[in-house]
Design a protein around this ligand. Structure first.
Ligand SMILES: Cc1cc2nc3c(=O)[nH]c(=O)nc-3n(C[C@H](O)[C@H](O)[C@H](O)COP(=O)(O)OP(=O)(O)OC[C@H]3O[C@@H](n4cnc5c(N)ncnc54)[C@H](O)[C@@H]3O)c2cc1C
Length: 378
């Protein structure tokens, strides 16, 4: 082996392919799950509906290099993602925009719309902090509606926080969009791999220089000692790219890095449609934060439909849930830094990915970072 890649998610798969294509003859990918794709993995459920096992993943990017790169391994089912929130029995577009305004404040909407356009210009994304400071009580009313009904309880559920614990800087940035466009993302490219993510990953890893070992935990084979890498007890002098959890790799010796987790509840209905939308956010009531109906994301035609409800949970290592979202604060950054310094002792050991870097990435950001690391290594 010339290179060992730990993890077959987007980070591991992109870098493995890239290094193989750029001349590395033997690239070994070790993946502890029984499948490739990491958290992007999708599969057909027992009713024949393509579902995302680790939560719904919608691809969106404005990065030309990433779009071009991934398009080598898949065609796209292209669609524009829109999200609605269920508030008081109504479905309203989010982020809050001019269409939402007309649903929520039908009587005053025309007047408020004119004021917003005059004040901030069409197309602007105005943080609610700015609206809260506006002298006009009608504009302030919009800001408090958004804070109460779209932001506050949703954020409390998502992060398990009390209102006091919510970072005011985050609240301040919640936008109102002065536009009639219900699009959730503004990226140039949006959609889903036409035949699913797993197929895209299969294509990516299908290269004569790549070998994939599934169901193997790298920690049973790999260790770092005094700045050297050992694989099955033998000194390994090639590059190792590690995309798993960094605290786990070092046996939590400095303490566990905190994460937020999710629990998913899948339900199947023998009816062609459940909610008429791909994603409905529950921003005020219910314990779950959103319901996703997969066929509206993938364009699949079928008589039945599968949905998934997402319940935010706190994460505790070894209790069955998975680490999903890094919790960014100074204390956790300091803890992560200890692990990073430790990993740096071995010259050819590279940390890549949301768990190894303790950082949230979208799929496109992750792919870009993997391509950049390949540039650096070759
Ligand atoms: C609920 C949720 C929804 C999301 N939705 C979107 C979205 O809509 N759009 C978007 O762009 N992004 C989305 N993301 C982000 C996306 O999931 C990440 O960008 C992506 O998964 C990061 O890829 P990765 O390769 O770093 O990690 P992962 O996908 O987690 O891959 C890491 C792999 O390493 C393996 N591994 C770990 N440790 C070991 C070990 N010791 N030995 C062997 N293998 C190991 C794991 O089993 C895993 O397969 C979402 C994230 C979450 C949590």
């Amino acid at each position: 082996m010339e290179v060992i890649v730990i993890g077959a998610g987007i980070a591991g798969s992109v870098i493995a392919r890239e290094l193989a294509e750029r001349g590395k003859k033997e690239v070994l990918v070790i993946e502890k799950r029984k499948h490739i794709g990491g958290n992007c993995y999708d599969t057909y459920d027992e009713h024949g509906i393509l579902v995302h096992q680790y939560g719904p993943h919608i691809f969106h990017t404005s990065k030309e290099r990433v779009q071009e790169y991934l398009s080598r391994f898949t065609e796209w089912y292209s669609f524009r993602h829109e999200v609605v929130a269920r508030v008081g029995g109504q479905l309203i577009p989010v982020p809050f925009n001019l269409n939402t305004l007309h649903i929520v404040f039908p009587k005053e909407a025309d007047q408020i719309e004119q004021m917003l356009i005059m004040e901030y210009g069409e197309g602007a994304r105005v943080p609610i902090l700015t609206l809260q400071k506006n002298e006009n009580p009608l504009i302030r009313k919009v800001a408090s509606y958004v804070y109460e009904n779209i932001f506050l309880k949703y954020t409390m559920k998502q992060w398990g926080q009390t209102p006091k614990e919510i970072d005011p800087a985050v609240t301040a940035r919640v936008p109102v969009v002065i536009s009639r466009d219900n699009g959730y993302f503004s990226d140039k490219y949006q959609g889903m791999p036409k035949h699913g993510y797993t197929k895209m990953f299969e294509q990516m890893l299908d290269h004569e220089n790549i070998k994939v070992d599934l169901g193997v935990d790298a920690r049973e084979h790999l260790r770092l000692e005094k700045g050297k890498i050992y694989f099955d007890g033998k000194l390994f002098e090639g590059d190792v790219i590690y995309t798993g959890a960094i605290d786990e790799f070092f046996d939590y010796q400095y303490g566990a890095l905190p994460y937020r987790s999710l629990e998913f509840s899948f339900e199947y209905f023998e009816q062609p449609d459940f909610q008429g939308h791909s994603v409905v956010n529950y921003t005020v009531d219910e314990d779950y934060t959103r319901i996703t109906e997969f066929k509206h994301l993938t364009g699949q035609q079928s008589e039945g439909t599968t949905i998934v409800k997402e319940y935010p949970r706190s994460y505790e290592q070894g209790k069955g849930l998975l680490p999903y979202y890094a919790i960014n604060n100074e204390k956790n950054a300091d803890l992560y830094e200890k692990y990073r310094q430790h990993a740096k002792e071995a010259e050819h050991f590279y940390l890549l990915g949301r768990l190894a870097e303790y950082k949230y990435y979208n799929i496109d950001g992750m792919a870009e970072r993997a391509l950049q690391l390949a540039d650096q290594l070759i």
